[in-house]
Design a protein around this ligand. Structure first.
Ligand code: PMP
Length: 353
């Protein structure tokens, strides 16, 4: 920290993203990216015309993309906010709504405590149950902003729509954020509830099920007053938060529903097969409904497994955190990638060869 930096900001703990090796020599199963390419319409769109368009600023209102998302999710365009990744939408939501404190789980997306600290917000951390499920009762009538990832990360476990609705209904004085980054892989979306509950903000992303992690596009859906709030923050920080190429890519991706649904089916199939195969090898694996598996083997620690896999050219994620130190999180890749992972795991647990 330089001697000019605000001392409070200088103390902030930074979010540590998963490794992003630039030489691409690994089977990369560590940051929950989609294993299939963006839809053909996305590549077709990103031609010379779009590149020449880079001379001009992007549309600060993201009108076309919001309209397409509104049709897709059966809401109105002014009930949609587009952010630079869902990280930006979450950051703005913490900033806007967290003054009375923010409540989230002990094991969940690691950025939540970072955003809370950035904005100097008090937090209440509720431990997951022993089996890593969320107890919805921990979030009822709690007089604070609530943030729940559904499916949760890195466990992949879900809450039902009824459970989420109960949380939203019981906190009318505070915002409930449901982070649906992984919803397309097997949870029920709370977006339809946004029409009935003005305190519900659903946040989602193009990074996971639409193969556009590198484009950085996320969105929030909620009551139009909430969307106005988020726009106010955007327009006082970075009005052109979405670049033209990413916006064009996202517009095509929303329209390519059949392509993505097909690929998502393949990911789900690979997840279920790998889940079974890992369990047969003696792993405990949570019943993940996301595009990753969360697994532990009695014969090897999480860090050791992560390192052994890395030596074999496979990157997974390990978290140095008390309750989950024995686990690794494995992004679900193609069937071939999962076969390579399973073979490597088998080799490692059969006496570490
Ligand atoms: N929410 C959850 C639960 C996540 O795991 C991630 C990915 N790290 C994000 C939000 C942020 O994703 P992005 O900013 O790429 O939309």
């Amino acid at each position: 920290m330089s001697r000019w930096m605000d001392a409070r900001l200088g103390q902030l703990e930074e979010y540590v993203p998963g490794e992003q090796p630039q030489d691409m020599q690994y089977i990369k199963l560590n940051t929950n990216e989609f294993p299939y390419p963006p839809a053909p319409a996305v590549s077709e769109r990103l031609g010379r015309g779009e590149i020449e368009g880079l001379r001009l600023y992007s549309d600060p209102t993201c009108r076309v993309l919001r309209e397409k998302l509104a049709v897709r999710y059966k809401v109105a365009p002014d009930e949609v906010f587009v952010g630079n990744g869902s990280d930006e939408v979450l950051n703005f939501a913490f900033w806007a709504y967290g003054a009375d404190g923010v409540r989230f789980a002990d094991i969940t997306y690691g950025f939540y405590p970072v955003f809370a600290a950035l904005h100097d917000l008090p937090i209440t951390v509720k431990p997951l149950r022993q089996d890593f499920s969320i107890d919805p009762a921990d979030y009822l009538s709690c007089d604070q902003m609530v943030v729940i990832a559904n499916p949760n990360a890195p466990t992949g476990l879900t809450l039902s729509l009824d459970e989420i609705e109960a949380v939203v209904r019981s906190n009318p004085e505070h915002i409930v954020v449901i982070d649906e980054a992984y919803v397309d892989f097997g949870a029920q979306s709370a977006i339809p509830l946004t029409r009935r509950y003005p305190n519900l903000l659903v946040v989602s992303t193009f990074s996971k099920s639409r193969a556009l992690a590198g484009a950085r596009i996320g969105f929030g859906i909620g009551d139009r007053e909430l969307i106005r709030d988020l726009n106010r923050i955007k327009n006082t920080t970075n009005p052109y938060n979405i670049n033209r190429l990413s916006m064009a890519a996202a517009e095509e991706a929303v329209e390519s529903r059949a392509y993505y649904e097909d690929c998502i089916e393949k990911v789900i199939e690979a997840r279920e097969k790998s889940k079974t195969a890992l369990r047969e090898m003696g792993f405990s694996v949570t019943d993940s409904r996301a595009n990753f598996l969360f697994a532990r083997h009695p014969g090897i620690g999480g860090k050791a497994l992560y390192e052994a896999l890395k030596e074999r050219g496979i990157l997974v994620r390990h978290f140095e955190k008390e309750r989950i130190r024995d686990f690794v999180r494995i992004t679900v890749g193609t069937p071939e990638q999962m076969q390579a992972l399973l073979t490597a795991c088998q080799g490692i647990i059969n006496n570490g060869e």
